[in-house]
Structure formats: C-alpha cells, structure tokens
Design a protein around this ligand. Sequence first.
Ligand SMILES: [Mn+2]
Length: 464
Amino acid sequence: MFDKSVYIARRKALASKISSGIILLPGNNEAPCNYAGNTYPFRQDSTFLYYFGLDKPDLAAVIDADSGEEILFGNDVDMDDIIWMGPQPLFADEAASVGVDKSAPRAKVADCVKAALKKSRKVHILPPYREDTRNELCELLGLKLAELKSAVSVELIRAVVSQRLIKEPCEIAEIDKACNLGYAMHYTAMQMMKPGMSEQQLVGILEGVCLSEGYMTSFATILSQHGETLHNHCHSDILTAGKLCVIDAGAELGSHYASDFTRTWPVSGKFTERQKEIYTIVSTANQYALDAARPGITYRDVHLGASKIILQGLSNLGLVKGDIEEMCAAGVQGLFMPHGLGHNMGLDVHDMENLGENYVGYDDDQERAKQLGLGSLRMARKLVPGQVITDEPGIYFIPALIEKWKKEGTNAHYVNFSALENYYNFGGIRLEDDLLITASGARLLGSKRLPITVRQVENAMRNN
Ligand SMILES: [Mn+2]
C-alpha cells in the first residue's frame, strides 16, 4: 500500500473529472472454487485498489462527485472471524489508513445509493466482470441484468482510464520490482532448462521463483514447444533438443503491479541455422519497437513498423514476395503475427481490460482495424510519458491458418505457400519486454534485460 496521500490525491482528481452524481466502486469478494469455504486466491478489483488501496474482500466505496464526500463500506470482524483469522484491525482504522474519514457497515451502501437515486442523481458505475458484482449492482440500482450494460458510465470509464494510464513514480517503482522478479523467473527457468525434463517441471521451477517470494504470477504461464499456439497452457511435452520453447510469464507483487516477459529459448542451448534466421527477425522487430517508442508516435504506427521488419525478413528468406508497403497494407503480416505488438500494463497485466479495450488502448480519433493481427492490437494510442506498455512481436507458423489462406487464395500473390510447408514443424517465436514511455523515448522496465540476441542467449545457456 502507498502512503495515504497518494490515494487522497487520486480520489480528488477523479471527483473533479466527473460532472455530477456519485461514483460507486464495489471491491471484489471471495470467489468459491468448489464450496464457499474453499476459495480461489483473493484478488481485489484493480480500480478499487487504485483509489482505496485496501486489499481485502467485501468492501465498497462511494465518492460524491459534487460534495467530494467519500465513504468506505465494510464490516468489523466478529468473534467467529477472530477464532479463525486472529485479531483484525477495526474497519474505521483501515479506512483512515487510506485517508477516508467516513466508514459504515457494508450493507449500508444500499441506503447511500437509494438516497442518491431518490434525488435523481446519477450513479456512476464501471462495467462489472464478476457475477456477484453484477447481481449486487442490479439490486442496488433496481435494474434487470440485461439493463446493466447501458447503465455503465462512459464518463467514469474515461476518467479512470485517464488517470490509471499514466503511471506515477510510486507505481513505476513497483513495476520495476515486478519486472526484476519476472527476470528472475525467466532466467532461472532458462538456466534449468534441459532436454528430457517435462515442460511442466519447468513451469514449476519458474512459478516457484515467484511463489517463494510470496507472490503470484500475473496470468496463467505459457510455456510450450508448440509456440505457434499463442496461448498454450498445455505443458505435457518433454523438452527435446532441437526445439524452441516459448515462455510467456510474469510476476504480480503484493501491491498487484505486474510484469510480463516472453522469451523463446533453444532447448539445447543452441539455435539451428533456420531458427536463427527467424529468431533474428523477431529480435530486430522487438528492438525496433524499443527504439521507435517515444511520446507523440502512435503505437499503431510502431506495430506497423515492426510488421514491415517482419515482412522484410520473411521476404529475404523467400517466404513472402512483393513490395513491403503493399504487403503491410494488405495485412500479409497477420499470417505470421496474428496479434498486436503490445498492451498497456499496470495493476492488471492487460491494464484496465475490464473497462473496455478500445477506451484503454485507442484515442478518440482512432478506429480499430478489422484485419487479422492489427485488429487484435490492444494498444494503438499516441504515446505519452508515464505509459507502461509491452513490446512483443512474434513470428508463428500455424499450419491450419496457412492452409486456410492457401485454400481461400488469401494474399496468394504475396505468400510463398509451397516454401512455407517446410516450416509446418517450426513452432513459433515471441520476444516480449516491458517499456516505460519517458519524456524523450522509452526505457526497459526492470534493472536487467533478459538475454535477447542470438549471441546473448547462446552465451547465457552455454553451461546448460
Ligand atoms: Mn503481454
């Protein structure tokens, strides 16, 4: 938790951005796994954390945008809780610790909302993503489930995005720490990687680094020799010399700030010539994005720049043919990189995705493309200092997708389908770093960069 002055300032800024009415922010509650008493690890709602810092279930908050009044709703523990959980602080003291003077029992939020509705005041809510929150909001606002979507406040979404998008120095310090832990996870896994061990064993080693520090991973670890499947959570294969292993994983600190790195390691510690060729194209695109990202440029343009590097590299290998600009406009790169170059990162690994990707990743004058790849770009905005984004180009050989394009004749004059048949067993490569946009450019987050060039990787793995 940060100093209470941080939360006070954030709430004051939020209230000033909302024209009138009350802002209702429910926290998350426990999510049962198989019965009520056996829960998934608790995860507080990130927007609630951002404004109120309190990391425990069954809380809600209201900010009055007109008067500036703030109330936190939560319960004091009873003897039954103390028996199982030990002594707990008084809720009023917890509220005071984040600069909120007024607190009330959790159930009283209903009275507060009712009073506002009675005076025909606007109640601003964010899009709920959990069933319990949906149900509570319906009950509080007197709405049917189908009516809830239109009750969401775009004004509030825009206000929250405008604040959370630009990271404060205290947040950047946390993200740097999360990246340092992410570095340790990846570096350890890379050093322990050996032909003959299972992918799952390596997942255990990687996640163990995070768990040993008392933290969780920021999303479900992707670790696979089938890198062509972008989000492969199946870890049943045995690591085999000659193959590549894609690892996309990150740490989430106790403050809940995240890191998100991807590296693609040769299982034997040495790349084959063919792997080197494709790998170098991806590492060049990754480095290009780091060099190009700076205030004023749109990340959409950086995505397109990286796409052209990929097309040029594939053209040099004879896998595509034609004018690079024309191929890029036609979206040929989508066959090889059917995802975007990156996303915002912060309290959520895909920061604020619950608020709506287009509000978070797109400026008002930008429209989301429909093309394969570019259409999946989560972050297209004109960059501003303080933004934290990922830089994650990739090249994948997805036989089913290539076959589909071939069959349908998609971009047939640009793609060398017969040459691509030799790559059906190649897999995929993705290389991801986390960037902070600075006043003049971008810097890598975390104090050390994971090995990324062919030479750095082979050097780091020489003793495997
Ligand atoms: Mn990512």
